[in-house]
Write a protein that binds this ligand. Sequence first.
Ligand code: SF4
Length: 288
Amino acid sequence: MSNDKMTATSELICGLQFEMFPVERPSPREIVDAALAHNPVAIFAMLSGGDGSLGTTHWCMNNIPGCEVLHINTGIGIERTRMFVRETCKQQGWPLTELRAKEDCGQDYDEIVSEHGFPGPAGHQFMYARLKERAVELIVRQRKTNRSDKVMLLTGICHDDSVRRSGYGGREVNFKGAQMWVNPMYWVGQSFIYHHLRASGLPRNPVAVELGMSGECLCGAFANKGELAIVRRVCPTTAARIENLQSRISNRHPWGWEERPPRERDTKTIEMFSPMCVNCLKSERLDA
Ligand code: SF4
């Protein structure tokens, strides 16, 4: 795509003509080029299966030579989303790496929750580290050969998504050790991603259409009251699994997936770099 650079437009607002001058903010192409200057040894578009990551991944796969797809399978999510990711990559001819929290990183959601209970917002950092961060660290270890190597990880995060409480102050490019997190859509925003997705002709994930998010990751840290009922509507099997887990652990940890632990730990513990949880961190429940 070469039309991603913002250009000046003339607009009629309340009967008056306005020249809308572009703000000098880097386009997806410029952001990616700046990141590529660091010579990453591997490049991955992070595809969860939600609309934002799908549109961004399509753009990345068609604009960044050598780009591959990375899907993190947290082990607590809707299987149909994983199937959608695998099928989409197969149909598009995109090389896909799927890393599983349980099988590849030894992190079993049911075991973690059986030991500690459901996380609540303050347990988010712990869950993120176990279910997602270890998978990212694994792929970085697999691809790095030198200490100074960087692995580029592309997300669909936009400026409006940035949530300071996630420790994700927000920039187009963020470094964490060998991880180079790049947000090509940072300034063009969600509407550009949706337009790109529609123009691509790619089918959307039916789970994301119904649920409003990928459904791949349901750790429950920011689950609101009523959310389990929504999950049940989209995937009764996943909801039954969570309910089962609730019953199994209720004698030791008497709070549910949608609830907070009774003596919740200091909420300051959630201030961390967690770019793969930005959507959950938008939850109003953070301020509850
Ligand atoms: S994305 Fe949401 S559900 Fe997944 S680990 Fe982060 S907070 Fe939990």
